[in-house]
Design a binder for this molecule. Structure first.
Ligand code: RIB
Length: 298
């Protein structure tokens, strides 16, 4: 079997994270426990975990001409992620301000910066040019028109498309049609569908005739096949210290699974196991397991 080839059209950010047992109320100042800077951005996180899994990964995105941009570019290089389609902008590299509380739950504000400068024509040219491309992933931290153009190009050449609708925004009907796998978390599912993913009837009515997966945090994930079959996949019990980037770990691992011709169910199981490991460590990409650790999972 050849290498699993995955392209990510998406965001790269520098994560500036404050850890505190309690988070402040409006007008309140609190003393925190730790501050970190780390590599993040939903797109880059998904690219990095797919690379850790063993995929050949191509990143399509934009960085600022600044120190954060330089160190993200260096990180991609170190990890063997193809960055031929990563442009530079005079706008600053995207940053995420993250607060993590004592239960490992986060609150995030992103400033997309250069991520908003990715151009549709460049994304299409990238998708058209990658040899043996199997899967194209996108999220919602870049302009939706860019994702739409990339997915049109991806479907024209027969690739599988995965959209992680995070952070939530209304999605055009054409983009939904071009999306083979839509992967929201519980909150995004409720924002898209109006109710929580609490039973099979609600899940079946989400996207009849199309595939979806809802990630459920500590509860695992639920796989909704296009024919209406539902499969609930539980997660192992772990001690969560920081959930940042866990959803991205799931999406990137799932994409690797599909690109390496694993079944959707096997890909979801691997994704849940990888994501569960990530919450036991702090940070987004800094919490991701190595290829050797992933090889011990199923
Ligand atoms: O999904 C987690 C990511 O969201 C963080 O790494 C942060 O950069 C934001 O994009």
């Amino acid at each position: 079997m050849g290498k699993a080839v995955v392209a990510v059209v998406g965001s790269a950010m520098m994560d500036l994270t404050a850890y505190a047992k309690l988070l402040p109320e409006p007008g309140q100042t609190l003393v925190g426990d730790l501050f970190t800077t780390g590599f993040g951005g939903k797109g880059a996180n998904q690219a990095v975990i797919a690379a850790h899994c063993g995929a050949e990964v191509h990143f399509v995105g934009k960085l600022g001409r600044d120190l954060f941009g330089d160190s993200i570019a260096e990180n991609f290089k170190r990890l063997g992620i193809n960055s031929l389609h990563v442009g530079r902008s005079d706008i600053a590299t995207g940053v995420a301000h993250i607060w993590v509380d004592g239960n490992g739950e986060n609150r995030i504000i992103i400033i997309p910066g250069a991520n908003s400068e990715i151009e549709s024509a460049k994304a299409v040219a990238a998708i058209d040019s990658i040899d043996n491309l199997a899967v194209v992933i996108a999220q919602c931290e870049i302009k939706q028109e860019v994702t739409l153009a990339a997915f049109r190009a991806a479907k024209e050449r027969g690739c599988t498309t995965i959209l992680n609708p995070a952070p939530f925004q209304r999605l055009s009907s054409e983009l939904l049609e071009l999306t083979d796998w839509l992967i929201p978390n519980e909150t995004e599912f409720r924002e898209l569908h109006g109710e929580l993913p609490s039973n099979d009837e609600i899940l079946k009515s989400f996207r009849p005739g199309k595939n979806s997966i809802v990630t459920l945090g500590a509860l695992g994930a639920v796989l909704i096949h296009a024919d209406g079959t539902i499969e609930w996949i539980p997660a192992p019990v772990v001690n969560a210290v920081d959930t940042t980037g866990a959803g991205d770990a799931f999406v990137g691992t799932f994409a690797y699974g599909l690109a390496s011709t694993m079944s959707p169910l096997a890909s979801v199981k691997l994704g849940v196991n990888v994501a569960s490991l990530t919450v036991t460590k702090k940070g987004a990409q800094s919490s991701y397991p190595t290829q050797a650790e992933i090889a011990t999972l199923s």
